[in-house]
Design a protein around this ligand. Structure first.
Ligand code: NAD
Ligand code: DAU
Length: 351
């Protein structure tokens, strides 16, 4: 079996669902269920004995050691993290605890487990760390996209904490020989995306008749990848990635935020027109910029394509249409996540 951490979050849940749709190899899913973790994301797996869910913290050494020795996974995939840049600006502490201390403790527990395996199991074992393009900092217009050799220049507490975790993973390979793989991916979008992030926030606010808040001038550029393409890249790297290597994952799809929001509005105008006949674009509002806002991210995913033959299956046009349709079809899921602490966050952050 494989151990997935953070498998009740956006990407982790998509990964678990895709994995079990394609394989009978069981998944042990360790997730703390923070505000971002949601078992509703995994509701379709209810009663499926291939999925074992455990609520817990990657930093809880005793728990992780027990899970490793009881379930004997052949791989650990680390998705667990605090992931929202704005929250890291309001309060970095949780990011340090989970992304740095938590990853360190997880690595320590995995190292002890791996050392105790027989030679064959040791050689086959993998620790795959899921990371982000934000560790590379911000690109100027016209600069080439991030390769795996780009220097680390993290600019937010979130990206700094992810950068630290990447360095620890690298060090555990270099120093202890732990068989690690790291993926650094661009912005994901798709089903089960928590509506604190740009695309789901815009869909949910548009349908709720609320403002669509664009930070600054809306000309910041992100490289968007449909989440299931990220999942297929991770599966491929786990299967055939070279030990100790880093693989950048991206969609070859750079777009300014304002264009993303414009596309979301156009799709909603087509699929669920406003009753007053106006466009959802009328709800766009420019608001104060994010402090230290990175201007542009772009991923050069040639290495992954060249070495492992991976390419995204979705274009932005197909992926964003599926995504908007998914939110229209899953209003109960939206209602479930936009209550309680979520509403409090929105009130504080956009005040
Ligand atoms: P998310 O915030 O939606 O989910 C994170 C999950 O981790 C949640 O289920 C949460 O409960 C769990 N978690 C948090 N702290 C934990 C802890 N201490 N122990 C166990 N579980 C814990 O995040 P996401 O968008 O799904 O991102 C998953 C991973 O992918 C993160 O490592 C993130 O840095 C990385 N990543 C995200 C993107 C993106 O666009 N969302 C892009 C590239 C990389
Ligand atoms: O690049 C990968 C990263 O992408 C991941 O590592 C992070 O976990 C993930 O959250 C995401 O980070 P971003 O900061 O790029 O994503 P977010 O959806 O928060 O914002 C995308 C862009 O939209 C960014 O330029 C800020 C802007 N934005 C965001 C929100 C929430 C707005 O203009 N208005 C908003 O209300």
């Amino acid at each position: 079996m494989i151990l997935v951490t953070g498998g009740a979050g956006f990407i982790g849940a998509n990964f678990v669902l895709d994995w079990l749709a394609q394989s009978d190899e069981p998944v042990l899913n360790l997730d703390k269920l923070t505000y971002a973790g949601n078992l509703e994301n995994l509701a379709s797996l209810q009663g499926d004995t291939r999925h074992v869910f455990v609520r817990g913290d990657i930093g809880d050494t005793a728990l992780v050691e027990r899970l490793l020795s009881e379930h004997r996974p052949r791989a650990v995939l680390n998705f667990a993290a605090e992931s929202h840049v704005d929250r890291s600006i309001h309060g970095p502490e949780d990011f340090i605890q989970t992304n740095i201390v938590g990853t360190f403790r997880l690595l320590e527990a995995v190292r002890a487990y791996w050392n105790g395996l027989d030679d064959e199991a040791k050689a086959a074992f993998r620790f795959l760390h899921v990371s982000t393009d934000e560790v590379y900092g911000s690109l100027k217009s016209g600069e080439p996209a991030f390769t795996e050799l780009h220097r680390y220049e993290p600019n937010s507490p979130y990206s700094a904490s992810k950068a630290a975790s990447d360095h620890l993973v690298r060090a555990y390979h270099h120093t202890y020989g732990l068989p690690v793989l790291t993926t650094n991916c661009s912005n994901n979008y798709g089903p089960y995306h928590f509506p604190e992030k740009l695309i789901p926030l815009m869909i949910v606010n548009a349908l709720g008749g609320k403002a669509l808040p664009i930070y600054g001038d809306g000309q910041q550029i992100r490289d968007w990848l449909y989440v299931k393409d990220h999942c297929s890249a991770i599966r491929r790297v786990l299967e055939a990635g070279r030990l100790g290597e880093v693989y950048n994952v991206g969609g070859w799809n750079e777009k300014p935020n304002i264009e993303i929001v414009d596309t979301v509005c156009a799709l909603l105008d087509e699929l669920r027109p406003r009753t007053d006949g106006q466009s959802y674009r009328e709800q766009i509002t420019f608001v104060k910029d994010r402090p230290g806002h990175d201007r542009r991210y772009a991923i050069d995913a040639h290495k992954l394509e060249r070495e492992l033959g991976w390419k995204p299956a979705e274009t932005f046009d197909t992926g964003i249409r599926k995504t908007v349709q998914w939110y229209l079809d899953n209003q109960a899921w939206v209602a479930g996540v936009t209550s309680g602490s979520y509403r409090q966050w929105v009130e504080t952050h956009y005040a």
